[in-house]
Design a protein around this ligand. Structure first.
Ligand SMILES: O=C(CO)[C@H](O)[C@H](O)COP(=O)(O)O
Length: 125
């Protein structure tokens, strides 16, 4: 994935945090703070880092296991963090999923209202 991103000219910062909640949250913060355009998290299942990232207001982390899901997450959910499973995805498939996520432009305008509803769910209740 790093080779792919560097061949495509992306600047990549790799975070080496030991605990998956810390990693997911820190990647989420990097996106929300504008230090990164998008984030990518991986853990054994992909679920823990996704959950941690989604705890950060403004993060829309999506667990994806194929290119179609990654594309849909961008188009329909305006996902800004991609989560993947280290266990389930071969390196080649992980690159395909990542490429689909990165190359799919922002959300379908028809989904703006739905995406705004996600923002409404954030913060104190
Ligand atoms: O998939 C994960 C969380 O969703 C973790 O990778 C899995 O639980 C293993 O944890 P650790 O890396 O701390 O041993």
């Amino acid at each position: 994935m790093l080779d792919y991103l560097s061949r495509k000219g992306h600047d990549v910062e790799v975070l080496h945090l030991e605990r998956w909640p810390d990693l997911g949250a820190e990647v989420g913060r990097a996106v929300v703070d504008g230090r990164a355009d998008v984030g990518v998290v991986m853990c054994w299942t992909g679920t823990g880092t996704a959950i941690a990232a989604n705890k950060v207001d403004g993060v829309r982390a999506a667990l994806a296991w194929d290119a179609w899901i990654a594309r849909g997450a961008r188009q329909w959910n305006d996902a800004n963090v991609l989560a993947m499973s280290l266990k389930r995805l071969s390196p080649d498939v992980a690159v395909e999923v990542l490429a689909a996520f990165i190359d799919t432009p922002g959300p379908d305008p028809d989904e703006e209202e739905n995406i705004a509803l996600l923002t409404d769910l954030e913060g104190p209740r």
